[in-house]
Design a protein around this ligand. Structure first.
Ligand code: G
Ligand code: G
Ligand code: MN
Ligand code: NA
Length: 256
């Protein structure tokens, strides 16, 4: 298709860029990390959001090269921000991963090489994976995730609570944090029905010794409810939208 051909060009001409959405520590209301979110700077289409090209890239396999470029860019830029002391040594970079990337035989070596060339430490990197997509090849995925954790990389389960989450599968999955899907957070204040669901996910994370991140936080009320429920980290438009590093600001929060 035409879109596929343009995407191929985009990969050859480095048209992908990474925006960063701050990750907030709710206790101190400071930025402690960021999630890298890809955008395509197309000469003909303008700035294209990921939902317009990630599904096609997943389908035709282009996501493998694309994911590698995104990981490299995000690690390089984060490493530079830490070196310039604009971000703290403890800054946590989150990068989304496709299961197709994870299932490549040499994926762990690819990540090691990107860390080595960018100078970013494994301890500064969290890879996010959507649980429902792992279920096709659980054994292979679990082994790859274990190897990544042995390097010191953290694993986050993204969009938790949606799709085909299976609690029995979760018990076998190596992970360091759960990200509560924004659909739960959205509805928390509208119908109180969702508050017990969020409370249960937080307790679940605690029992797995995992961190918890609430996504899609848009109001002050939500931040306060989440804090009261014991949620440690949050991300959302209330604090900041994803932004290019050139516009990185700490509007509602002080960095450190
Ligand atoms: O930034 P935005 O809200 O438009 O992102 C939409 C979706 O695209 C999200 O579900 C996100 O997980 C996915 N996405 C964004 N960046 C990446 C990326 O670098 N790799 C993969 N695999 N998915 C991404
Ligand atoms: O699936 P994933 O969690 O990777 O997707 C992150 C996406 O969520 C990004 O596309 C980002 O733009 C979007 N997002 C981040 N914060 C908010 C928010 O507060 N509200 C809404 N509606 N979307 C958000
Ligand atoms: Mn994510
Ligand atoms: Na998510």
């Amino acid at each position: 298709t035409r879109l596929a051909a343009e995407l191929n060009r985009a990969l050859e001409h480095n048209e992908l860029e990474v925006h960063f959405q701050p990750l907030i520590d709710l206790a101190s209301e400071t930025t402690c990390g960021a999630e890298a979110l890809v955008r395509w700077r197309s000469p003909t289409r303008g700035l294209v959001p990921p939902n317009q090209f990630i599904p096609l890239a997943e389908e035709n396999g282009m996501i493998i090269e694309m994911g590698q470029q995104i990981l490299r860019l995000a690690c390089q830029q984060t490493s530079q921000m830490i070196a310039r002391q604009q971000w703290p040594q403890s800054f946590m970079l989150h990068v989304n991963l496709s299961v197709r990337q994870l299932l490549q035989a040499d994926f762990v070596e690819q990540v090691e090489a990107i860390l080595a060339e960018s100078g970013l430490l494994a301890a500064n990197l969290t890879l996010e994976i959507t649980e429902s997509r792992l279920i096709s090849q659980p054994q292979q995925a679990t082994e790859a995730l274990q190897q990544l954790r042995q390097l010191g990389i953290h694993i986050a389960i993204d969009d938790f609570g949606t799709g085909y989450s299976s609690l029995s599968y979760l018990a076998q999955l190596p992970f360091d944090s759960l990200k509560i899907d924004r659909s739960f957070v959205n509805q928390m204040t509208e119908s109180n029905n969702y508050t017990p669901v969020i409370a249960a996910i937080i307790t679940l994370a605690e029992n797995f010794n995992a961190d918890i991140v609430a996504e899609g936080v848009e109001t002050r009320e939500q931040t306060q409810q989440l804090k009261a429920l014991g949620c440690r980290y949050a991300q959302g438009f209330y604090y900041a939208k994803p932004q290019p590093l050139s516009e990185w600001s700490t509007a509602k929060v002080s960095s450190n």
